[in-house]
Design a protein around this ligand. Structure first.
Ligand SMILES: Nc1ncnc2c1ncn2[C@@H]1O[C@H](COP(=O)(O)OP(=O)(O)OP(=O)(O)O)[C@@H](O)[C@H]1O
Ligand SMILES: [Mg+2]
Length: 365
């Protein structure tokens, strides 16, 4: 998958402009606060439907402007496509895919896929389990619409269950409705667990190999998906999930929220048998995050039959030159959009790339 053309208008500090992108390595160089992250963020927006860093869509509109617009053209093995997103300063978002307006984000997902990596992504390793679940979910939602729907229904049912636990005067009063929510949570949750497990099984191998490559074989990464719900098949998991929710009713009522289920899932990450989430050095955590992202790229390639676009925001300064080179030459079929505040080091300059300068929200080739 390649983005061929990107047009932005009043997207954060980026004023109106259109640029064509190279099918290989695109390097955006600029001082701090010029709009580099904003640029790759606009591409991410067209893939996922939201920003990787802003919670509110209205924050993406240039201050003082009514609306922002992003339009991109891309090609994939299915042919050419285009995605347009218009946001207004009140937070309203209109998405148009291939000329047709869509109302559900699910219909945007999977048209153009990306893997995004920024220094912030280290939080997948060092932060709470929620970040590791988010990592799995973003991937799975991009490649599997049913996963997206299961996860949405699961989250809604879980919210309802928690509201019920808060509102009910006694547990007996809540029992009947708990039964209904528990059934739904168990069914959707089983789908989520099975798919997360399958994803981690694949990621385990890919990420270990990428990690080995990045560390020149000095370190070994072990990855394992963990969930409080046992079982192998979807049916078994759904049954165990339901039983567990029912068994936890008293405890949940006392706590006024649901204490078990796949909102407790996590991914164990060990480097040379040490829990890298809690005890890894900064460098080890960074390399692990990068290995997960590269593993993610390879899973995408397996599933969709081609590489997604790789968005690398400001990650070079975190890596030594050897690792930089290995990253940028990962596979020549990969389109990379890379931002950097400093020029590429001379050791990297042998790699073909197209350079753009960004200053004050304006991109120049
Ligand atoms: N909604 C908005 N409207 C206008 N400007 C904004 C908006 N949101 C953010 N900005 C500004 O856009 C500028 C560029 O931000 P961006 O994060 O893209 O910088 P950058 O080039 O990636 O810098 P760095 O090298 O420090 O990461 C910042 O000064 C930021 O304050
Ligand atoms: Mg930036």
């Amino acid at each position: 998958m390649k983005v061929t053309e990107l047009q932005v208008s009043d997207y954060r500090n980026l004023s109106g402009q259109k640029l064509t992108l190279d099918k290989g390595l695109n390097v955006f160089v600029g001082d701090n606060a010029q709009g580099k992250t904003n640029l790759v963020e606009s591409v991410y927006l067209c893939c996922i439907g939201k920003s990787p860093r802003a919670d509110r869509d209205k924050d993406l509109v240039c201050w003082g402007k009514e609306s922002a617009y992003v339009h991109l053209r891309y090609n994939s093995r299915f042919g050419d496509g285009e995605i347009a997103i218009k946001l207004n300063s009140k937070g309203k978002k209109q998405i148009v895919v291939g000329g047709a307006p869509i109302t559900k984000v699910a219909d945007l997902l999977g048209n153009l896929n990306c893997v995004y990596f920024s220094p912030n992504e280290i939080r997948i390793i060092s932060s709470s389990p929620a970040e590791r679940r988010r990592f799995m979910d973003i991937d799975l939602c991009q490649t599997d619409k049913n996963y997206f729907y299961s996860l949405s229904r699961l989250n809604k049912a879980l919210l309802q269950r928690n509201n019920l636990l808060k509102a009910a005067a006694t547990l007996d009063e809540a029992r009947e409705m708990l039964f209904v929510w528990d059934k739904q949570i168990a069914e959707e949750g089983a789908q989520v667990i099975v798919k997360r497990r399958r994803f981690c099984e694949k990621l385990k191998d890919y990420a270990r190999r990428c990690h080995e490559k990045l560390t020149d074989g000095k370190e070994t990464l072990r990855l394992e998906y963990t969930t409080p719900i046992e079982g192998e098949t979807t049916e078994e998991i759904a049954q165990n999930y339901f039983d567990k929710l029912q068994a936890c009713a008293e405890r949940d009522f006392a706590a006024r929220h649901t204490t078990t289920g796949c909102q407790r899932d996590d991914v164990v990450l060990e480097v040379n048998d040490i829990d890298v989430r809690n005890f890894g050095s900064q460098g080890q955590q960074r390399t692990t995050a990068l290995a997960l992202k590269l593993g993610e790229l390879m899973i995408f390639k397996d599933i969709i039959g081609e590489y997604p676009v790789l968005l690398l925001d400001d990650v070079l300064s975190e890596l030594d030159v050897d690792r930089q080179r290995r990253l940028l030459t990962f596979d020549s079929r990969l389109q990379i959009l890379l931002t950097t505040a400093t020029e590429l080091p001379p050791e990297i300059v042998g790699i073909p790339y197209v350079k753009y300068r960004i200053a004050n929200g304006v991109v120049m080739k």
